[in-house]
Write a protein that binds this ligand. Structure first.
Ligand code: NAD
Length: 512
């Protein structure tokens, strides 16, 4: 009989894996990738990135400003023509090679992401694999990027085609930064655009890895440039640069407004994926066991630092007491711990400022007159980092700040509702409109509610399960535009109309 395989200590293996990577990171620091070269800022300025686990410095990072952005945008502009004109077959091959390189380094990316962002390994273990999938998906779409339509009229063929818009800026946030960056960068490159990426200043580590892997895969110099730095400096300069034709941005709604202002002089095309205060609506006829799993997963996974999190639980009054009881038991049992420990469900929050923001909502809840049923305190976790107790707020109503504002942490607000009309009204009574989740076994009701919800993405009897060809994006203050599948090409490309005459139509004769 085969002996059972020895139980591996994944936590220890993760620590062993990350230690030499961190040693190298500390020694090398993080520079910009501009025109295929790792360079320091022209000013020589740097900033430090620290681990949310224990506050130790992970790396000294080059702090880019307008001069560095100018260098990167110029490199992207110079590389644009040859990248655009490269045949789609070659582009496809290169993007698949990027995916291969990401897969080969997936374990390193996972542990570094855990240490840089505080995200738990159980969620990060597969993040790089999903990032590689983003590259493969768009690699396979290179051949159709230029596709258009023929809409013939009596005397013309009217053909549309798409051409890449030019060098673009991609500005990303710190939540699942590696995966999220690839989601924007892969379609831009597949479309034939060159890119200047400005990653979030709180999570520069894996953006640096991505830049290096893209180079290692053989993507020509200048096609992907990465400039590190702060939003108000490097980010702002990118949105104002005349060579940059469009900005793909993921981040807070207020930053989206700022970018729109900053980009107005140069008439930037913008694509915004912004904040959310997403409802999960549980009706009394739903499969309550599955609903419970999804409710807990969609707010307490990824530290609740997730734009699509269902941060408002709308539960039908007839089942509210029992359902809240079950949610309460689950939340109490969540494991807060070191992000490299595979048992951990909630790691430390990204930054002390973000921890302070999340914790400020404990008082907001109390002042509103709601009840903190679970949590409501910081947590003394390993390394003494930015840990917080998973928090459940009950006794809330739709008008309270805890029901209106994005907390972006492991913080769930429960609001009971009477009936379908009431549920829809509460769900829509926020400035955001990213996702909505509906749990009911009444198909007619599911469709009615899906139709009435003001949200860009709705899942019926499901948590958020991403399918890459589908449109991703929000309504209202949650965003402008859609990503995914062909929708991404609509943003990164210009649609061009070409009309071919049959030579039969009458042309007006003037000046005779
Ligand atoms: P943020 O807006 O503070 O920062 C995002 C990026 O914008 C960073 O790289 C930052 O440096 C840069 N930036 C800041 N000010 C800028 C400016 N004036 N000009 C140009 N760039 C600037 O957001 P965050 O705190 O890093 O991320 C959390 C937010 O992102 C949450 O609101 C979350 O909901 C949202 N988010 C949305 C989605 C989505 O798909 N809708 C996905 C992930 C995160």
């Amino acid at each position: 009989m085969d002996k059972p395989a020895p139980k591996t200590d994944v936590f220890q293996a993760n620590r062993d894996r990350v230690a030499p990577l961190l040693k190298k990171l500390r020694a090398d620091g993080i520079g910009h990738m501009i025109d295929g070269k790792i360079v320091a800022s022209i000013s020589g300025e740097t900033f430090e990135t620290k681990s949310p686990v224990d506050g130790t410095t992970l790396a000294s990072v080059s702090r880019g400003n307008a001069e560095d952005i100018d260098r990167a945008a110029t490199a992207a502009a110079l590389a644009f023509k040859s990248w655009r004109d490269m045949g789609p077959a070659m582009r496809k091959k290169l993007l698949h090679r990027v995916a291969d390189a990401i897969e080969d380094n997936a374990d390193d990316i996972a542990v570094l992401e855990c240490i840089d962002t505080g995200q738990a390994y159980r969620f990060m273990a597969k993040a790089a694999i999903r990032a590689a999938e983003n590259f493969r998906f768009f690699a396979d779409k290179c051949g159709e990027a230029r596709d258009g339509q023929n809409t013939p009229s009596d005397e013309h063929w009217n053909i549309s085609t798409r051409v890449p818009i030019g060098p673009v800026g991609v500005i990303t946030p710190w939540n699942t930064p590696f995966m999220l960056s690839t989601w924007k960068i892969a379609p831009a490159l597949a479309a034939g655009c060159t890119v200047v990426h400005k990653p979030a200043e709180w999570s520069p580590v894996t953006a640096d890895m991505l830049a290096k892997l893209v180079k290692q895969a053989g993507v020509p110099d200048g096609v992907l440039n990465t400039v590190h730095g702060f939003g108000e400096e490097a980010g702002k300069a990118l949105t104002e640069h005349p060579a940059i034709k469009a900005i793909g941005f993921v981040g807070e709604s207020a930053t989206g407004s700022a970018i729109m202002r900053q980009g107005s002089e140069t008439l930037k095309r913008v694509h915004f994926e912004l904040g959310g205060k997403n409802p999960v609506i549980v009706f009394d006829d739903a499969d309550l066991d599955r609903a419970l799993d999804a409710v807990v997963f969609m707010i307490y996974s990824l530290n609740g630092e997730r734009c699509t999190s269902s941060s408002r639980l709308l539960v039908q009054a007839s089942i509210a007491e029992k359902f809240i009881e079950k949610v309460t038991a689950r939340v109490k049992a969540l494991k807060v711990g070191h992000p490299l420990d595979p048992a951990t469900e909630i790691g430390p929050l990204i930054h002390e400022r973000h921890l302070a923001k999340v914790c400020s909502y404990f008082d907001v809840a109390r002042e509103d007159g709601a009840v903190i049923a679970v949590g409501g305190k910081t947590h003394d976790g390993p390394g003494g980092g930015h840990y917080v107790q998973p928090t459940l707020v009950t006794g809330a109503n739709a008008k309270m700040r805890v029901a209106q504002e994005e907390v972006f942490g492991p913080f769930l607000t429960v609001i009971p509702f009477r009936d379908e009309t009431d549920a829809i009204e509460i769900a829509n009574d926020v400035r955001y409109g990213l996702t909505g989740y509906v749990w009911t076994n009444d198909m007619g009701r599911a469709l009615r509610v899906a139709d009435a919800l003001e949200a860009g993405m709705i899942w019926l009897n499901s948590e958020n399960v991403r399918h890459l060809p589908t449109p991703f994006g929000g309504m209202k203050a949650s965003g402008i535009g859609r990503d995914g599948g062909d929708y991404s090409f609509d943003f990164y490309m210009e649609t061009k109309h070409v009309s071919l005459a049959r030579g039969t139509h009458k042309i007006q004769k003037l000046g005779i």
